[in-house]
Design a protein around this ligand. Structure first.
Ligand code: ATP
Ligand code: MG
Length: 579
């Protein structure tokens, strides 16, 4: 491709809402342009990367026997009413009406459609298991579309669904998808973690998230450098650092703490460490309140709390509190809470002589001891780990990282096959619901995640596997005939050897070309300039390492192929796959 003919508008303008590198570089390097909030056009360069990522995903899905389909974006309301999700999905679902007054949605996901399709065609266990996938646009009217492609309203996802006879069969496919997703991320050159994820509140289904490590990511992760344990921070298991010092129980007393609003202020005022305080968190499901006691210096995990309570909960709201005059906000504690169940974090079981809200205006209790001064109805695991906490499996100190969730695999069981009445006849002639799994990987989010992890202050650093071009030739002075001839010759050689090459033949200053080449992130930059004229040499710069070397024209392609080969060697690539 010749740059002079290519629709590749690079820009220095950065819109105010672009904060993350991936967002900024997607715009600056001419991969995308914004149409409306969370909605983008892919320009040719972005399209090229997108197609490479899709090819990698397709190869890995096909290798595991999944079959590609394409479902429509527009889906009739009736299907979603059957599963109960027409109302459940809420405002994130984009809805519209056709000229006959029939309701439709723009699919935020495709469980309903695929399940009803399979149900209509598959009657016997003999045709199972079946694993179908598509690469298709999804619409979700996100409350806060942001970070460019990372959280769009229209985005591309590979979503796959498997239909199995039983749990055992599902587990085999689940494991295959686990491996396939890992390979996709490895082939994209990414550093990632696989974490056990929240899998819905009711039921113990298994689910894992694939998270690309990046400081700007929205997911908080906890990793153990010792045994490799990885989890979302909100669900992480850990063992506590502080084995409480055994001390004698002291006499409890009420102290006045008027106007003290925070744990830090309370600890300071009473000259105790924050970890010697207990805070009482209130959560609610509907109008039912639950009190959860946790150590003052820790944070409540709503995900763990929901899992423990097996309910969908949120922090208590003022409306709910209005009906409970016995709750003294600011001083709330496990005293006189009437019918409100009191739960407590297991960490507090051994605690002694703690400071706790007295549930009386302007008062806390000091030297409070569980069992003596207050009672707990249920113990559980309710908090986030903090720096210094240890792995519950191997006792190494846990590490904290951030990342971007790019993939989510899920053992659904019979959730949708039951609600949609999707069945098959088993070996014994009995009607059974399909046992299902679903597997999603965000293609456009993956593209942005690669940039998020692989960039520097000058631009993108594409791994060869997904780079839009492997090589860019910079013809530094297009009016110089020798340079032009050499550049054209090199351009031909690369093409002959099956490399994707961009020839920057624009009428621009050398500095502009070099800056653009670095911004675009093409792995190998070949400079044709004075060096060529004087010594017949091409300078090749490797974008990632910044290393450069000089070679005669004819030798360049072999050297680049050699380096690419070395880079690829760590990763097994399917036959027929050109990087
Ligand atoms: P999130 O928690 O980030 O909203 P999700 O749990 O809603 O994600 P899933 O329904 O599991 O996401 O979708 C599967 C994959 O689709 C995600 O792992 C992600 O890669 C991608 N995805 C989801 N929402 C978006 C979005 N708004 N923009 C881009 N990609 C998305
Ligand atoms: Mg979401």
């Amino acid at each position: 491709m010749r740059y002079s003919e290519y629709f590749l508008p690079t820009t220095r303008e950065i819109p105010a809402d672009a904060e993350l590198a991936s967002h900024i570089y997607c715009l600056r390097a001419g991969l995308i342009r914004k149409v409306a909030s969370g909605i983008y056009i892919f320009l040719p360069l972005g399209m090229k990367v997108l197609q490479k990522i899709e090819t990698i995903i397709r190869q890995e899905m096909n290798a595991k026997g999944a079959q590609e389909v394409l479902m429509p974006v527009l889906q009739p309301k009736e299907l979603w009413e059957k599963s109960g999700r027409w109302t459940e999905y809420g405002p994130e679902m984009m809805r519209l009406r056709d000229r006959h007054e029939r309701d439709f949605c723009l699919g935020p996901t495709h469980e309903e459609l695929i399940t009803s399709t399979v149900d209509a065609e598959i009657f016997s266990y003999k045709k199972l298991p079946l694993h179908l996938y598509q690469i298709q646009v999804k619409f979700r009217d996100e409350i806060r579309p942001r970070f460019g492609l990372l959280r769009g309203r229209e985005f591309i996802m590979k979503d796959g669904y498997c239909f199995c006879r039983n749990q055992k069969e599902l587990e085999v496919i689940y494991q295959q998808m686990y491996e396939a997703y890992a390979r996709v991320l490895e082939r994209c050159g990414l550093d990632y973690a696989v974490v056990e994820a929240e899998s819905g509140i009711i039921g113990g289904e298994v689910s894992h998230e694939f998270v690309v490590l990046a400081d700007a990511g929205e997911s908080e992760l906890v990793l153990c450098p010792g045994c490799g344990y990885a989890s979302n921070a909100e669900l992480a298991h850990f063992s506590w650092t502080t084995i409480p010092d055994r001390e004698d129980m002291k006499e409890a007393a009420l102290v006045e703490t008027a106007g003290i609003k925070t744990i830090e202020a309370l600890a300071h005022y009473l000259s105790v460490e924050p970890k010697k305080t207990i805070k009482t968190m209130l959560v609610q499901e509907g109008k039912n309140i639950f009190a959860i006691l946790i150590r003052g210096d820790r944070e409540l995990s709503l995900a763990k709390s929901a899992r423990h309570l097996r309910r969908s909960i949120g922090l208590v709201e003022q409306d709910t509190l209005n009906a409970h005059p016995e709750i003294r906000m600011g001083y709330v504690g496990p005293f006189g809470l009437n019918a409100i169940p009191i739960l407590a974090d297991l960490e507090l079981k051994e605690s002694q002589n703690m400071v706790i809200g007295a549930n009386r205006d302007n008062f806390h209790m000091v030297n409070a001891n569980v069992g003596r001064d207050f009672q707990v109805d249920e113990w559980g695991d309710f908090t986030y780990p903090v720096w210094g906490d240890k792995c519950s499996k191997c006792a190494n100190e846990l590490e904290f990282k951030r990342g971007i969730e790019v993939g989510h695999i899920f053992q659904l069981g019979t959730k949708y096959s039951k609600s949609l009445g999707a069945t098959f006849i088993d070996e014994d002639g009995q009607s059974q619901n399909f046992v299902m799994g679903c597997f999603g990987i965000g293609v456009t989010r993956l593209l942005a995640s690669i940039i998020e992890q692989k960039h520097d202050e000058r631009g993108i650093i594409w791994p060869v596997s997904v780079a839009p071009f492997q090589v860019i030739i910079l013809l530094l002075n297009p009016t110089n005939n020798r340079q032009r001839e050499a550049a054209e010759h090199l351009y031909e050689i690369f093409q002959k050897h099956g490399l994707e090459v961009l020839l920057d033949d624009r009428d621009e200053r050398a500095g502009v070309k070099f800056t653009d080449a670095e911004l675009l992130g093409i792995p190998f930059i070949c400079l044709i300039g004075n060096k060529l004229e004087r010594e017949g040499l091409v300078e090749v710069k490797i974008r990632e390492s910044g290393d450069s070397f000089e070679l005669p024209l004819e030798g360049v392609v072999f050297r680049i192929q050699e380096i690419m080969g070395n880079q690829e060697r760590g990763i097994q690539v399917d036959k027929g796959d050109t990087f």
